[in-house]
Design a protein around this ligand. Structure first.
Ligand SMILES: C[S@@+](CC[C@H](N)C(=O)[O-])C[C@H]1O[C@@H](n2cnc3c(N)ncnc32)[C@H](O)[C@@H]1O
Length: 264
């Protein structure tokens, strides 16, 4: 079935079975975290979903799984690690364990632990990564001409300067801890009505990093449609699935008012 550029209501473990194998360049998604939130119509057969995502991913394609753990009876569940290891077991490479750091984390009641301010972004690849457009950031000492090193020959009592080092580059590849403000920007306010959207900027950074224009981006638990809307804006095809009719409606509305932008 051709679901290109649509939002589909249903259980993704079933809907994904209709997608062609090796057809998706990037899956960017965030599952329900343990039982933290009671989503409408909640049903989450993780292992079936994981196998389907692997099947539909192209060789060299990427899965970004954004997840955190609940703390139950005094201990973190560790579900996110179990899921990460399961993805490895079914054939994905664990390409990078990245961190989504929240600049404005929700304050928590003090329970002898530090405030939780991050989620994992497990990046998996099916074989060797086929597309990486690295995000560059400014270097701290960009343009600075470092002085040459002084060498001293003690036996001869001589001292000479080695050759001048090259100027420090202005840009370097960004690190794997990405920091965002959650829920405050106008583009994020559109997702109101969903309890756990991720920032549009996070979706943008991953889509630009792992895909090119015309590629296909999947979010099998698309919620308010952040991944799909951003994929559309960046000239990628999208497929969104959510079990909740209400969230699918929200996602469709967001996409219908989105504009194509002219980034890569
Ligand atoms: C953490 S939220 C995703 C939020 C999304 N990233 C956004 O930006 O709005 C998880 C979503 O999974 C959906 N969901 C739960 N079980 C599902 C299933 N079996 N199939 C499809 N969607 C499911 C929930 O309705 C919820 O919207």
């Amino acid at each position: 079935m051709n679901y290109s550029n649509t939002i589909v209501t249903g259980d993704c473990s079933k809907i994904l079975q209709n997608l062609e194998e090796n057809s998706i360049d990037l899956t960017l998604t965030s599952p329900p975290y343990d039982n933290l939130r009671n989503y409408k119509g909640y049903k989450f057969p993780f292992e079936e979903i994981a196998k389907e995502i692997f099947r539909v991913t192209k060789d060299g394609g990427i899965l970004v799984w954004v997840v955190a753990d609940a703390t139950v009876a005094g201990t973190e569940t560790g579900t996110s690690f179990k899921q990460a290891l399961y993805f490895k077991e079914i054939g994905f490479n664990l390409h990078d364990t990245m961190i989504f750091k929240k600049q404005n984390p929700i304050p928590q009641i003090y329970r002898k632990r530090y405030n939780n301010e991050f989620e994992y972004m497990f990046v998996f690849s099916k074989g060797i990564v086929k597309t990486h457009n690295p995000i560059l950031v400014d270097t701290l000492h960009g343009g600075l001409e470092l002085k040459g090193t002084t060498y001293k020959n003690y036996s001869k009592g001589e001292q000479k300067r080695g050759k001048e080092a090259k100027p420090v580059k202005d840009k370097k590849v960004k690190g794997n801890i990405w920091e965002y403000v959650v829920g405050k920007k106008a583009e994020d306010q559109e997702a109101k009505g969903h309890p756990a959207p991720f920032p549009v900027a996070l979706a943008r950074d991953h889509i630009l990093s792992w895909t090119n224009r015309g590629d296909t981006v999947l979010d099998p638990m698309c919620g308010s449609g952040t991944t799909c809307k951003t994929a559309f804006e960046l000239g990628r095809n999208y497929i969104g699935i959510d079990i909740s009719e209400e969230y699918c409606h929200l996602a469709k509305n967001r996409i219908s008012s989105a504009q194509l932008t002219f980034e890569i």
